[in-house]
Design a protein. Sequence first.
Length: 364
Amino acid sequence: MKAGIVGLPNVGKSTLFNCLSNAKAQSANFPFCTIEPNIGVVNVPDPRLEKLDELVNPEKVIPATVEIVDIAGLVKGASKGEGLGNQFLANIRETDAIIHVLRCFDNDNVVHVDGSVDPIRDKETIDIELQLKDLESVEKRYDKVKRAARTGDREAIKEEAVLQQIIASLEQGKSVRALNFDGEDYGTYVKPMQLITDKPVLYLCNVEESAAKAGNEYVEKVKQAITDEKAELLVLAVSTEADINELETYEERQMFLEDLGLEEPGAAKLIRSAYALLNLQTYFTAGPKEVRAWTVLIGSTAPEAAGVIHTDFEKGFIRAEVISFEDYVHYGSEAIVKEAGKMRIEGKEYVVKDGDVMHFRFNV
């Protein structure tokens, strides 16, 4: 599962990527600085892991991770191949969620590809290109389905109605994620098309340092623009995050954050937001050799969670021994949790909860 960082050229995507991944993607004051997508595997900040480390004292601790992809900047006409459009659209189609960076700061020293700062215009530029690409895909599908519908095929008639709704929306400049389909229609007809504008999106407003906490007028405009879109919004001073990232010690970073009135780096919030955007949650395994955070989709069953560790665990699943994180912390150890009768035995139908501490019994 990976989230793609997208936006117009020169809005701070590569700087943000560097902050998140500690990779050093090239960052410069000109468009198309990033051509090939950079991929970073980012640790997900989770204080629960630190608490389990303190209680269990294992040999090692392994956090959950999420993949972040820095994708080339897009320009008008990308859906027709302008700039690096075809490459951009291919790269973004391969991601599972979108982090859309919008420039919400004034700085004459940083060139804007369109000559002025206007995050709503920038958002619309990218939205239109993605919508046009989706429209192209949906119209191709519609032509096939329409022919089948004319023969009286009931499934084709149902799908034709769904596709007509999508086409009408895209032609009005509305993304697919803003539409409301019932679960069956969405799962049967919409989701399999993997449309770009159906992907979950987080709008990241890149602001100056003074606006890191409260935002600014540009941010307010973005908030208004996305009210009907089922999208998340996060405010981040990306250049400030880069400065924090350069500090060598934890104490220096904390002092910097305190001066700004912030409790933690914005990058940590963004990583957790990306994790949630991807519909992911965490369960833990805890023992003397390692404490580890494992990533599963929300709604996963116990066997599916076991399969994340090894496919044999899922194939031969017998049962899961489950302790809630809160009980583990309250009682202080697995042994005392067992004595208190708070360890649960769960079967194949159990749906994993965020923060579960689990052991699996299996037989292959």
